[in-house]
Design a protein around this ligand. Structure first.
Ligand SMILES: [Zn+2]
Length: 299
């Protein structure tokens, strides 16, 4: 599927048709290999602008722009790798057409539009959750707020490492026991959409880094999420691992893909042992399963 990219109105008259950028399907964006050798890739990188024509809600979107471009999306200026890769996340409730502004070095400004494909998020009823975690008393509510603020602060980091471009791997093998975005009802009380994916596995199962990164947060006993670890994959993309029974890494550790960072548990608000794996682009929650499927689709 090819869709012509709309150049900014002022620039259209000056832009030769051959120079028009294109939006093409996502499977053709060659990031992982290119990012492995960014210097060589930069030397041979072409000047195309490439984004998927459409993405589902909850997607991690990786695009390609001419190296050195200034790229704006969602009120942010996106980091651009030496090769010209950019990444951003699309929220569970995003809709319509996303707009990305690209200013190539010395070229006319461009605007890429990406259509958001809606998904169906069913409701899950979860009973038997400890009542004090569903309706916490005020002093506990204050603690939860404090802990969540620390996690939110860790997700604000914007590192230049392009670890996000690696094909992601499952952190543990197991049945998916909870899907991203599903509306949760705890003991009959409506919660928010499920912020990640749950994988059922026995307590003590090693949790392996799905992609390389740096540990930006590690705490053994947060009130709601128990043993909690954040792994930063660069450019605002991070993974969150919850309910861990053990943590094998500390803040600042550089982690390789596949390295053990902790073990599955049932700490915090959990009805049984499982790994909750969340992914974010800054404060935007994205679906790890889509990130895994993207890796599977890569050549
Ligand atoms: Zn979960």
């Amino acid at each position: 599927m090819r869709v012509a990219l709309r150049a900014a109105a002022l620039a259209t008259a000056m832009l030769a048709p051959a120079a028009s950028a294109q939006v093409i399907a996502s499977g053709t964006i060659p990031d992982a290999a290119a990012e492995a050798a960014p210097v060589a890739a930069a030397a041979s990188a072409d000047a195309r602008t490439v984004f998927p024509a459409s993405v589902p809600q909850g997607a991690m979107v990786i695009g390609k722009v001419p190296p050195g471009s200034v790229v704006r999306y969602g009120g942010r200026q996106l980091r651009v790798t030496a090769y010209g890769s950019v990444v951003f996340g699309v929220g569970r409730d995003a809709s319509g057409t996303l707009s990305i502004e690209v200013q190539p070095p010395g070229g006319a400004p461009q605007r890429a539009g990406i259509a958001v494909t809606p998904r169906d998020f069913p409701t899950e009823y979860i009973n038997g959750v400890p009542p004090k975690t569903v309706n916490p008393p005020p002093e506990i509510a204050a603690r939860i707020e404090r802990e969540q603020a620390q996690v939110t602060a860790a997700r604000a980091r914007d590192d230049e490492r392009p670890d996000f471009a690696q094909p992601f791997q499952w952190p543990v093998q197991g049945r998916i026991s909870g899907r991203f975005g599903n509306q949760r009802v705890y003991n009959g009380k409506k919660g928010s959409g499920h912020s990640g994916m749950d994988i059922a596995a026995p307590t003590g199962t090693p949790v392996k880094a799905p992609a390389a990164g740096v540990i930006t947060f590690a705490a053994p006993d947060l009130y709601l999420t128990g043993g909690t670890v954040l792994l930063d994959h660069g450019h605002g993309v991070s993974s969150t691992f919850l309910h861990l029974s053990r943590i094998d890494a500390k803040v600042g550790d550089r982690i390789a893909q596949g390295q053990v960072i902790g073990a599955v548990g049932a700490t915090g608000r959990a009805t049984g042992p499982h790994l909750h794996w969340g992914m974010n682009w800054f404060d935007v929650r994205i679906d790890p399963l889509l990130v895994l499927e993207r890796a599977k689709a890569a050549p």
